[in-house]
Structures are given as structure tokens and as C-alpha cells.
Design a protein. Structure first.
Length: 155
């Protein structure tokens, strides 16, 4: 498979499916029997399983974005170093929404079959995300006085 095709599929996967939340691209870019492990630790199979994870992430994080920081292609695989971000608007990992922006690093390994993604394994820095959620929750619990002392935590 041509490296340019792999690059185009990976870029469209993040730009269209994730950043624009365009589920109409799922059958074009992903195999029907896709196996998927998301950056938040959930495993899903098939288009419907993946779409449910996609919807869940967009419910938890408003303005959710995936930014490709680096992309390495070795047919039939691609590896992407990622940055994920969004505004915390629903409970996640037991943390109530704060309305604060969260960001975490990740890495994605794609395996292609027939021009589409057959397997996708994404590992996210969940520890870093949990630390950020804890800081945001603590800042919110302390109120405006705490935010004034720590301007980097204020919205």
C-alpha cells in the first residue's frame, strides 16, 4: 500500500472523524471488523463499537481535538505521536466537569488492510490526564481565591 494513501487515511481519520465528529467517514476509512483500543483504555470492535466510543469522548470533552505531532509509516503500519485536548464537560474517571481545558499525550499504532484501518491501538497518558483532572478539581473546589494565586489554573 502506498505511504501517501496511509498518510491520507490517518490524517482524515483524525481531522474528519475525530475533530469534526463526522461519523459518515467511518465506513470509508475503517474496516467493518475493526479492532480498536482507545486512549482512555476502552476496547471496541466494528463500526458501531468505535462510533459509541467516539460519541462518548465527544460527550465528555467539548471541542475535542486530536493533533498529529509526528507520523511514521511502514506499510502496512503507521505510528502517530498525538496530542488530545478538549473542555471537560461531563464526568470522566470519577471527576465531575470543571469546564477547564484538558490535554494529554498519546501514541497510536494503525494496521491497514485493503486501504482501510483494520486495527488501531491507542495508548494515552492517562496518568498525566488524571493529574490534570485532579488539579482542575482542586482549583475549582478552592474557588476564586485559589485561582487568583495560581493564574495558570484559571480559565
Amino acid at each position: 500500500m502506498d505511504a501517501n494513501i496511509i498518510r491520507t487515511v490517518v490524517e482524515s481519520f483524525y481531522a474528519d472523524i475525530w475533530n469534526r465528529h463526522d461519523k459518515s467517514k467511518i465506513p470509508t476509512l475503517l474496516c467493518a471488523d475493526l479492532t480498536f483500543r482507545g486512549s482512555l483504555g476502552e476496547a471496541k470492535t466494528g463500526h458501531d463499537g468505535f462510533a459509541s466510543y467516539l460519541d462518548h469522548v465527544h460527550e465528555v470533552l467539548d471541542e475535542f481535538r486530536c493533533d498529529i505531532l509526528d507520523l511514521v509509516i511502514d506499510d502496512p503500519r503507521a505510528f502517530a505521536r498525538m496530542r488530545f485536548s478538549g473542555i471537560h464537560r461531563s464526568e470522566v474517571f470519577g471527576y465531575q466537569p470543571t469546564g477547564e481545558r484538558v490535554e494529554w499525550a498519546g501514541a497510536a499504532l494503525f494496521i491497514f488492510k485493503g486501504g482501510r484501518v483494520a486495527d488501531l491501538w491507542v495508548l494515552g497518558d492517562v496518568h498525566g490526564l488524571l493529574q490534570l483532572l485532579e488539579r482542575n478539581a482542586s482549583a475549582e473546589a478552592s474557588g476564586p481565591a485559589q485561582a487568583a494565586r495560581h493564574p495558570s489554573r484559571a480559565s
